[in-house]
Design a protein around this ligand. Structure first.
Ligand code: NAD
Ligand code: ZN
Length: 385
């Protein structure tokens, strides 16, 4: 099977790897029809997550069931399915409570597991022609037959549910205002979810113009370029004490807008605390903030980095004074993907406006590079094996 294989920082290639096989009675093999590159893949691509050379990437994929283990009851060869990026068993304490991002039965060094992700178990990635899906009855979400809505359904693997999760963690209610930091795929889907959930006013902060235009057009959001304006000040000018809700869809690789730097991703411009502090400033007292941007950056093989893992220069006093509440973590994709699928089927949601490119799997190395640069117009890249 051909797959996207990691070698070194900024170096991936498409190569033949061993065909996946059924390893347990609850496994299924899925032939991938569409897979996607995610901002989370960039943590590994940029070499900051300690991925091992030879690793196959990809946690966003959908396709056709080719073979099922003898214990699989609800799936048959030929079924069209999309997989949550989380691997979960369905019957542990966390899965039962809906926290499928924190399954305790999976093999993983961190809470919860995912395909093709460092420290999140041995589950090989789906940027490939075929992939093994464990606990297949529980994980696979069935889709209508045919090839309709392919560009919408692929977004159910991660970014649409994750954006929704951001607004859920922030406890967004109809008629409330919200600020979303980050207009990457996740932030854009958070803004879109806010629109679907009836937010009264949506602000989105980024600096990539094509991304800001997209949220303005499709999410009715007010775009704010953080290199031109102080986002918290801009938002509070319009919204006295601040907005009701906030979402962090940036994570630890946040860029500080007012510093000099040569390249867009000059490390000298990174400030892992800046977005959270902006949110503390932007959201009104007693408001709530959903953090879906990732704050796990350490290479487990580099102890000095483990020391720093997740330690931030956070204005906790201010946060306390305002009585703010935070929700954090991996998205439990299964909690949301069924109803989001139904919204797509019923024509209520059409998230595929996010997709900027569909190319063949062979073009993955070039598209990794361009997406990593946050090149204008490169928002969500789909790969066809
Ligand atoms: P992305 O990295 O392209 O998006 C990040 C965006 O933030 C970029 O457009 C960038 O220009 C912008 N940005 C940088 N500094 C900023 C600042 N100071 N203020 C505002 N915006 C700023 O890709 P993405 O796919 O949208 O991923 C975003 C984050 O979400 C990543 O950390 C990713 O790992 C994480 N993620 C989390 C989950 C989850 O389950 N919690 C799932 C998927 C992705
Ligand atoms: Zn993803």
């Amino acid at each position: 099977t051909d797959a996207v294989v990691y070698h070194d920082p900024y170096d991936v290639s498409v190569e033949e790897v061993e065909d996946p096989e059924l390893e347990g009675p609850n496994d299924a093999l899925v032939e991938v029809t569409t897979t996607a590159i995610c901002g989370s893949d960039l943590h590994m691509y940029e070499g900051r997550a300690g991925a091992d050379p030879g690793m196959v990437f990809g946690h966003e994929f959908m396709g056709t069931v080719r073979e099922v283990g003898e214990g699989v009851e609800t799936l048959s060869p030929g079924d069209r399915v999309v997989l949550p990026f989380n691997v979960s068993c369905g019957h542990c304490r966390n899965c039962e409570a809906g926290y499928t991002g924190f399954c305790t039965n999976v093999e993983s060094d961190s809470p919860g597991a995912a395909y093709g992700y460092v420290n999140m178990g041995p589950y090989r990635g789906g940027q490939a022609e075929s992939v093994r899906v464990p606990y297949a009855d529980f994980n696979a979400l069935e889709l209508p037959e045919g090839d309709e809505h392919e560009d919408d359904f692929i977004l159910l693997a991660d970014v649409f549910p994750t954006g929704w999760h951001g607004t859920e963690l922030a406890d967004l209610q109809p008629g409330e205002s919200i600020a979303v930091y980050g207009a990457g795929p996740v932030g854009t889907m958070a803004a879109y979810s806010a629109k679907l959930r009836g937010a009264s006013e949506i602000y989105v902060v980024d600096r990539v113009e094509s991304r800001l235009e997209m949220v303005e057009e499709h999410c009715d959001a007010v775009p704010i370029n953080f290199e031109e304006d102080d986002p918290a000040e801009r938002i509070k000018e319009r919204h006295g004490g601040g907005v009701d809700r906030g979402v962090d869809a940036v994570g630890y690789q946040a860029i500080e807008g007012d510093r000099e730097g040569d390249s867009p991703y000059d490390a000298a411009r990174e400030n892992p605390s800046i977005v959270l502090n902006h949110l503390v400033d932007t959201v009104r007292a007693t408001g709530k903030i959903g953090v879906v941007g990732v704050y796990v950056s350490a290479d487990p093989n580099a102890p000095e980095q483990v020391e720093q893992q997740g330690k931030l220069d956070l204005a906790f006093g201010k946060l306390f004074e305002k009585g703010l509440r935070f929700g954090t973590g991996q998205c439990d994709v299964k909690r949301y993907n069924r109803r989001l699928r139904d919204m797509i089927v019923d024509g209520v949601a059409e998230p595929s406006f996010l997709v900027s490119h569909r190319v063949s799997l062979e073009d993955a190395p070039e598209m990794y590079e361009r997406f990593d640069e946050r090149e204008e117009g490169v928002t969500k890249v789909l790969l066809t094996p």
